[in-house]
Design a protein around this ligand. Structure first.
Ligand SMILES: Cc1cc2nc3c(=O)[nH]c(=O)nc-3n(C[C@H](O)[C@H](O)[C@H](O)COP(=O)(O)OP(=O)(O)OC[C@H]3O[C@@H](n4cnc5c(N)ncnc54)[C@H](O)[C@@H]3O)c2cc1C
Length: 753
């Protein structure tokens, strides 16, 4: 029987797979093999095992990590003046640099034995989140040495000697690292770099030494202008066969002290008016001893693999932390501002149009915070989920863009006028940077999330592809023959499950115990996991390697997978928080928006599927009733927006980790005004009952004269009105340009008070 199967089914199939699948390049293979799959594989199994996710519990900080957040991180936030950094000095002050070094901010991930802090990914994330709510520039400066760069690469791949020398020096800031991968020719397609090294003998410290002569031009490199050591990626060649038979040895990563002869470094780019250090560097015929390769001679040609492995985890921390911080800051400040800013006699947050945007900000902050917590928790547990971290990078930065855009629109002129009082403008300008780095979002969405996710998360596909690629056809055939029956059984189950849940709208889908009335959302998640798995199977079968080029299809399927991930984290967080009733509006809004997006993406896949018949068939099988989940109703939006405009545990829980400003800062003024306005609401009501809607000195005096409020109440109201007046001010300048810009912050306009 198995002989017959092999001859009549497996062998023709092997031929077919070879034909439809393009060969996997070495760099693609390394990217796909880096890291691992985790909850994403469950979501693409069609039947996620919720216990696996929910039993993980919420992230925890150690006492030492908590103390660091409450101590040095708070102190750092207090000492940083983002306006001065960004618009006056265009760099971080020497005192701040010293503080960062002294407190080992550059050694967050470096183990204690090497003098670092040795903190967990969760602590690392919380630190970057908080700093970023104060200053993106300082956030990036702390983030970079702790993410994809020399420190991380040395820890994972360095020789003992390299670790002993560099890690203590990186931890206390004696060495400032940067990492140079990008060059003018090679941005997204970094593996296509033309930076080149040739193996040769050279003179190093007066001795004939085996090494490489390297030429390069790198650009956009963060911290390069101040770096003392450059992590350099280049392609290495060995034409004289000094290392062996192979001539093209592949991408290699070395650590190059920036004062090495032939290195030019120090110039700065100005990325979107952000003042973190970033610039180009060049190397002309630089001789690099072989020992400078990270991991030594053994790691020659393994650079791409090393980078991809580092990216698999690192991408889940830095930019998601920065983005979560930005979204939470937007939620906190915009809710407060919408409460204190009145137009047409009422707080702008009471207008339905504004409310919808407020609700969107709250929901984005809630989802990002949930996903960030779950992802760093998974990293704490030792997972390295490459697809999930790509989802986090792309969606966290995109979420930040949405939240900041809405926050800017609600703040209107107050968000636009730059100056020390403006707490939004710099985050707004930084968004494209976050979107572009560590895998630009369009590429990440279109190629990586589903393109790699579908293959990696699939229980059999990657193995089948490797079997098809096996140069030993007999061995490949045998491997495929073993996989085939399992894969076919999986397909049958996938088909039944997908069609059943599709037709019954998830009514009978699975939900874990103890989740109360959130069960309805778990069922929808189960339903769409089953549907996505079905659609994935059909897409892979019909498009094969073509799927890689069908970026619109792949991107939309990636969106479905991403939403499933983000929403599962949101459900988990709601449960971890004890399923608080008061947080339900956030959950409702987020779940409805995400599930709705899933439906939109799937319908667009069906509509645009290259094979029209298959597109319609999938529609008929998986979503016969079309849209079934609507975005949040106006009532739900209202409830969600209100959460940002009232002091409450929910608001504090949602925005925990936001630095609330030094006294007199823009954020502080809005916070103060918000507290005072909320505390005097009942007094305002007394005035309103008497027909007085305005909120200024004359109005308060009139209320007092008419006996609507007491003298004490009038004083309280005056204080609140004064706080509002301070909070709504923007800066103005006598001169702009050539360093003469002297802000006149917080000055009261000749207004009603
Ligand atoms: C502020 C800043 C800091 C940086 N820091 C560093 C650093 O420290 N070290 C370092 O090595 N690099 C760094 N970079 C480089 C960064 O990683 C690159 O900018 C990024 O990889 C994109 O390259 P590019 O800008 O050349 O865009 P391009 O590669 O030219 O891409 C342009 C657009 O095309 C899209 N695109 C490209 N290929 C595809 C595809 N196949 N499918 C769909 N869309 C595609 C991209 O998504 C992008 O939207 C930094 C960049 C910036 C802006």
């Amino acid at each position: 029987m198995s002989e017959l199967r092999r001859k009549w089914i497996t062998a023709p199939l092997l031929k077919l797979i070879k034909k439809v699948l393009p060969p996997i390049s070495e760099t693609e293979r390394e990217a796909m093999e880096a890291g691992e799959v985790w909850w994403d594989a469950q979501l693409l199994s069609g039947k996620p095992d919720w216990d696996q996710l929910l039993s993980m519990g919420p992230p925890q900080l150690s006492e030492e990590e908590r103390a660091f957040l409450d101590g040095p991180v708070e102190e750092l936030c207090r000492m940083v003046d983002d306006w001065k950094i960004s618009f006056e000095d265009r760099e971080i002050s020497p005192e701040t640099w010293e503080f960062l070094k002294k407190e080992r901010f550059f050694g967050i991930i470096i183990p204690k034995e090497y003098g670092g802090l040795g903190f967990s990914p969760t602590a690392h994330g919380e630190i970057v989140t908080k700093i970023s709510t104060r200053s993106i520039c300082v956030g990036v400066t702390v983030m970079v040495p702790n993410s994809l760069g020399p420190g991380e690469l040395l820890m994972a791949h360095g020789t003992d000697e390299q670790k002993q020398y560099y890690l203590p020096r990186l931890a206390d800031g004696r060495e400032i690292p940067c990492f140079g991968l990008t060059s003018p020719e090679a941005g997204s397609d970094a593996a296509a770099m033309v930076d080149r090294g040739v193996v040769c003998y050279g003179d190093y410290k007066g001795e004939k030494t085996l090494g490489m002569r390297v030429n390069w031009h790198k650009r956009y490199i963060t911290l390069a202008p101040v770096a003392t050591v450059l992590g350099l990626a280049f392609k290495l060649y060995d034409p004289d066969h000094l290392l062996g038979d192979k001539e093209a040895l592949g991408i290699t990563v070395a650590l190059v002290p920036t004062d090495t002869e032939g290195v030019t470094i120090g110039q700065r780019h100005l990325p979107a008016m952000q003042s973190f250090q970033n610039g180009p560097n060049w190397g002309v015929d630089v001789f690099i001893p072989m020992e400078w390769v990270i991991g030594g001679r053994e790691n020659v040609g393994r650079g791409w693999h090393m980078l991809m492995s580092a990216l698999a985890a690192g991408r889940g921390i830095s930019l998601p932390s920065l983005s979560t911080g930005g979204a939470k800051m937007a939620a906190r400040t915009t809710g407060a501002y919408a409460r204190i800013r009145e137009q047409f006699g009422i707080p702008i947050g009471k207008f339905e149009g504004v409310q919808r945007r407020l609700a969107e900000i709250a929901s984005v902050a809630y989802v990002l915070d949930s996903a960030h917590k779950t992802t760093t928790r998974a990293l704490d547990a030792g997972h390295k989920p490459a697809v999930i971290t790509a989802i986090m990078k792309a969606h966290a930065t995109h979420g930040l863009r949405q939240a900041i855009n809405d926050a800017m629109d609600i703040h209107a002129g107050k968000g636009i006028m730059d100056g020390p009082l403006n707490y939004l403008g710099n985050v707004y300008r930084a968004v494209p940077v976050a979107i572009t780095v560590e895998g630009a979002n369009i590429l990440t969405r279109s190629l990586m999330i589903f393109g790699q996710g579908a293959i990696r998360c699939h229980p059999y596909l990657l193995e089948e592809m490797l079997a098809a690629e096996n140069p030993d056809t007999k061995e490949g055939l045998e491997a495929l023959d073993k996989l085939l029956p399992k894969h076919m059984l999986f397909q049958v189950k996938t088909f039944i499950r997908g069609v059943f849940h599709g037709w019954t709208g998830g009514l009978f889908a699975n939900s874990p115990r103890g989740v109360g009335d959130a069960a309805k959302y778990y069922r929808q998640m189960d339903r769409y996991s089953a549907v996505l798995t079905l659609v994935t199977e059909i897409s892979l079968l019909s498009l094969g390697g073509e799927l890689k080029r069908k970026e619109q299809i792949s991107g939309r399927l990636g969106d479905v997978l991403s939403q499933l991930y983000l929403l599962s984290c949101t459900l988990k967080r709601f449960k971890d928080d004890g399923s608080p009733r008061e947080d339900r509006p956030l959950l409702e809004f987020a779940m409805r928006a995400g599930l709705h997006n899933i439906e939109v993406s799937l319908l667009e896949v069906f509509q645009n599927f290259p094979n029209r018949f298959l597109g319609q068939l999938m529609h008929f099988l998986a979503m016969p009733w079309g849209h079934s989940i609507h975005t949040a109703s106006d009532r739900q939006s209202h409830a969600c927006a209100e959460l940002l405009m009232e002091p409450s545990e929910t608001r504090d829980r949602l925005t925990r980790g936001v630095f609330l400003g030094n006294p007199g800062d823009g954020v502080d003024l809005v916070e103060q005004a918000f507290d005072k306005v909320c505390a005097t609401e009942s007094l305002r009501d007394k005035l309103k009952k008497g027909g007085i809607r305005a909120f200024n000195r004359e109005a308060i005096d009139e209320g007092l004269e008419r006996g609507l409020i007491s003298g004490e109440e009038a004083a309280e109201l005056r204080e609140a009105a004064e706080a509002v007046n301070m909070a709504i001010q923007v800066d103005h300048f006598d001169h702009l340009g050539s360093g003469n810009a002297e802000p006149q912050s917080g000055t009261r306009a000749a207004g009603p008070l």
